[in-house]
Design a protein around this ligand. Structure first.
Ligand SMILES: Nc1nc2c(c(=O)[nH]1)N[C@H]1C(S)=C(S)[C@@H](COP(=O)(O)OP(=O)(O)OC[C@H]3O[C@@H](n4cnc5c(=O)[nH]c(N)nc54)[C@H](O)[C@@H]3O)O[C@H]1N2
Ligand SMILES: Nc1nc2c(c(=O)[nH]1)N[C@H]1C(S)=C(S)[C@@H](COP(=O)(O)OP(=O)(O)OC[C@H]3O[C@@H](n4cnc5c(=O)[nH]c(N)nc54)[C@H](O)[C@@H]3O)O[C@H]1N2
Ligand SMILES: [Mo]
Length: 746
């Protein structure tokens, strides 16, 4: 491979562009480094960028298949419209961008005049590079306060982030994997390798979630780091761990409280850190007495010896680190789980120390508030959930996610009339009770979708389809953890143009200029990117970042000792008490128990024993696949060959009792719905637990109603009810339902 020269160069017939990945296609913001090879205006080859300080040339199959994604024949590459009467039918008509913008402007103005701006709501999906775009567009251009992420109970990342703001006064905490030390990485003199890393409900090798490059854990293992894995399934890491705690899905809070019981009662905690920087230790000590290891073993199905052993090992390792995953959020008891894990991080003295758990600055996710101040106060006050769910709406700029469905179905507190869906596939992926959401969307007056492919949601509901660029076709910036902890900022460089696709930010700026020019003063993408980059690295221009490839903003260990963790510049943490709140004063204010507590999942052999007779298996779902990002990539042939069908994992004993063989199609059913997946028989799961995949649809099937590309055939979220959420508005049981499984007839 030739040596790198600038960000773009010629190699024989190829123009080579060095860039960093973000979405689309899906990628959590790791910013993997790659080289894109362009010939005759087409992307023909992708290679890993070996100079990249974090990924060092390593790439996942989704990036390697980028040419097939970018030039896929089914990609939508021109704006299209359809008559409202033709929703659900494949009757699209190509139009110009100007006409598309005219249609939007007309509809927005009509709806605002008739129903008020709050009747418009916008939907964002998962970890795309648009956590500024969609809110900015909603608040700044459309003038509505209703920006939404429609995963029931905001069951992804948001709870962990929001709770970190409330109880620790920081952005998302994460393992220190030395990303900020660039080339020297683990050998940097300021860094210390963790003796132990505990990974809880997360599988970073497959998911690289929220900016944590999963392979970094492998690097650390090679240097001697030992693992504790808390997961009901035997993952690659679990099979190589010092301790694998095979927890019953949804009971994690009890397990964390049991470990705290051991650490506190055996005085294995960091007394100096606790007395100086923790609020409510005595109250927590009292609370954990309710969770002795024997009782916790009965609740969680993790043997008592393992609970005690893992707790001791974690507390005695110096430093130790802890990474919490999506399973933290996906249950109504998730806030308490996150709070208990924070207590584990804090009382063991591993906060913001080298090789411990890094903290973000207190400017958590500021981009999701861009444009908010341009809304009049009376419009801001109408945001759905602002009154009922302050724990959601204080740190996060969205509505509480379940409420738009209630508003669409009941017209309360006011009717919704228009939706803007940008980077979400509601029918296939995030919604609980997906058929209800689909019906509700179909009742709206006007629906816009911005995507790359004709999703089942777009087929069913859209009146206007705006085609979006992949990351190979746009300029942009990628930064880790959505800005919660920025260890790395990388340049995304445009390598080619496909059809008339535009990036989400181009749409934002063009539409923003039309609808509300005062809020959108930038005259070019470059001007906007200079401004955006300045939020993270003051004084740096995008052209400079692009030449360098990547940069590290200023960062520090132990920010709380240096007055860098609080907005007022005082030492300590940005919480009401200035300390890490093991006892949360804000939870108390919001009517929730200020201390972590365990609550049995809403449906389980213990909470609903009668129902469990009919639905005896515990259902968890959604563990990530190597080749798919949520509902994406099902049409990419080479990836589909690796993973052709939706898979439900079943233990051999259970399968035998049910007469199910490996590869059989089976029905997974409970009192809310059913779907079909293919059985994989594996000993890596508990006999009483099954794991099903999420996000499935079949682009090869008809996009028209009622088929909608088979989106309801294998959709596991039909088994998850609407709004079964925690008291504060966070957490729904995507990873802890009950079900029965039986062989499908055909
Ligand atoms: N049962 C169960 N359900 C789950 C989960 C689970 O674990 N279990 N996980 C949940 C989680 S954590 C999440 S975040 C949600 C995800 O839910 P969604 O975000 O709705 O799902 P995606 O498939 O990622 O949908 C993204 C859509 O946006 C398009 N797209 C990709 N990148 C871009 C971009 O940059 N711009 C635009 N305009 N479009 C883009 C893709 O083509 C795709 O159609 O699913 C949730 N659903
Ligand atoms: N390849 C790929 N990468 C992705 C995505 C993708 O779709 N594909 N999606 C991205 C998104 S939006 C997110 S949010 C992240 C999520 O990524 P992660 O945080 O890694 O979450 P998951 O992969 O959903 O689940 C991780 C583990 O939780 C386990 N688990 C299931 N139920 C429980 C439980 O009750 N308790 C415990 N302790 N563990 C449980 C599962 O067995 C699984 O191994 O991944 C991101 N990265
Ligand atoms: Mo997510």
């Amino acid at each position: 491979m030739a040596e790198r020269q600038s960000w773009k160069w010629q190699e024989g017939d190829y123009t080579v562009v060095r860039t960093c990945a973000w979405s689309p296609p899906g990628d959590h913001p790791v910013g993997c480094g790659l080289r894109l090879y362009i010939k005759d205006g087409k992307l023909v080859k992708v290679e890993g960028e070996k100079d990249h300080p974090v990924t060092g040339g390593r790439l996942c199959p989704r990036c390697l298949e980028l040419p097939a994604y970018v030039h896929h024949p089914e990609r939508i590459i021109y704006p299209m419209k359809r008559d409202k009467a033709d929703r659900g039918k494949n009757r699209w008509q190509r139009i110009s961008w100007d006409e598309a913008y005219d249609i939007i402007e007309r509809n927005v103005n009509e709806i605002k005049a008739k129903y008020g701006p709050e009747a418009i709501f916008s939907v964002i999906g998962t970890g795309r590079d648009m956590w500024h775009t969609v809110p900015f567009l909603t608040f700044g251009a459309l003038g509505s306060p209703n920006f939404t992420y429609i995963h029931s109970g905001w069951s992804c990342y948001g709870p962990r982030c929001a709770i970190s703001v409330y109880t620790m006064g920081c952005g998302y905490p994460e393992i220190d994997y030395a990303a900020q030390f660039q080339k020297e990485r683990y050998d940097h003199p300021d860094y210390k390798l963790p003796e132990c890393v505990m990974i809880w409900g997360k599988d970073p090798l497959k998911s690289n979630p929220d900016g944590l490059f999963g392979h970094a854990i492998v690097d650390m293992m090679k240097r001697g780091t030992k693992l504790i894995i808390v997961d009901p399934r035997l993952t690659w890491f679990a099979s190589r761990a010092e301790y694998w705690l095979q927890v019953r899905p949804g009971t994690d809070t009890a397990l964390a409280l049991g470990m705290l019981h051991v650490i506190i009662n055996e005085e294995l905690y960091d007394k100096e850190f606790v007395s100086k920087w923790c609020h409510g230790f005595e109250e927590l000590k009292k609370r954990v007495q309710e969770y002795p290891p024997q009782k916790v073993a009965e609740i969680t199905w993790v043997p008592k010896e393992k609970i005690i052993g893992a707790a001791r090992f974690f507390a005695k390792s110096k430093p130790a680190s802890l990474s919490w995953g999506l399973a933290t959020d996906q249950k109504p008891n998730g806030v308490q789980h996150a709070h208990a894990l924070q207590a584990l991080m804090a009382i063991t003295g591993n906060i913001d120390v080298p090789g411990g758990i890094l903290f973000g600055a207190p400017t958590f996710a500021a981009p999701m508030w861009w444009g908010w101040d341009s809304l009049p106060e009376e419009v801001q006050a109408k945001r759905l959930g602002a009154v009922e769910y302050p724990a959601v709406t204080t740190a996060i700029s969205t509505t509480q996610p379940d409420l738009p469905l209630d508003a669409m179905e009941t017209g309360e507190p006011y009717p919704l009339k228009m939706s803007w869906v940008m980077s979400s596939n509601p029918a296939a992926c995030p919604t609980a009770a997906p058929e209800r959401w689909n019906k509700a969307f179909q009742n709206l007056d006007f629906n816009v979708v911005c995507d790359l492919f004709m999703t089942p949601h777009a087929s069913a509901c859209a009146d206007l389809f705006l085609p979006v660029s992949s990351f190979a076709e746009k300029d942009g910036i990628v930064y880790t953890h959505y800005g919660s902890i920025i260890l790395f900022v990388g340049a995304i460089n445009k390598a080619l143009q496909v059809g008339e696709c535009k990036s989400d930010d181009e749409i934002l700026l063009e539409l923003g200029k039309r609808l509300n020019p005062e809020v959108f003063p930038w005259n070019s993408m470059e001007e906007f990117l200079d401004w955006e980059l300045n939020q993270y690295i003051p004084g740096m221009k995008f052209s400079e970042l692009r030449e360098k490839g990547w940069a590290v903003p200023e960062w520090h260990y132990k920010k709380y000792e240096k007055g860098l963790q609080r907005p007022d510049g005082e030492k300590g943490f940005g919480t009401p008490t200035g300390k890490i709140e093991l006892y949360s004063t804000l939870f108390e204010q919001w009517g929730e128990d200020p201390l972590p507590y365990y609550e049995e999942p809403p449906y389980s052999p213990y909470s609903t024993p009668e129902l469990a007779k009919e639905y005896p298996l515990i259902l968890t779902s959604g563990a990530r696949s190597w080749v798919y990002f949520h509902s994406e990539q099902r049409q990419i042939r080479n990836l589909r060959e690796i993973h052709p069908d939706p898979i439900v994992e079943i233990h051999p004993e259970t399968a035998e009792n049910l007469g199910i063989k490996d590869g059989d199609w089976v029905c997974i059913e409970n009192m809310f719905g059913k779907c079909k997946q293919r059985a994989r028989i594996t000993k890596g799961i508990h006999p009483k637990v099954v794991h099903a995949e999420h996000g499935w649809w079949f682009p090869e099937k008809s996009p028209e109603e009622p088929c909608l590309s088979g989106v309801y055939e294998s959709n596991i979220n039909k088994l998850v009810p609407h709004k079964l959420i925690g008291k504060l508005g966070f957490g729904a049981p995507y990873k802890c339902m009950i079900c029965k499984v039986y062989k499908a007839e055909d």
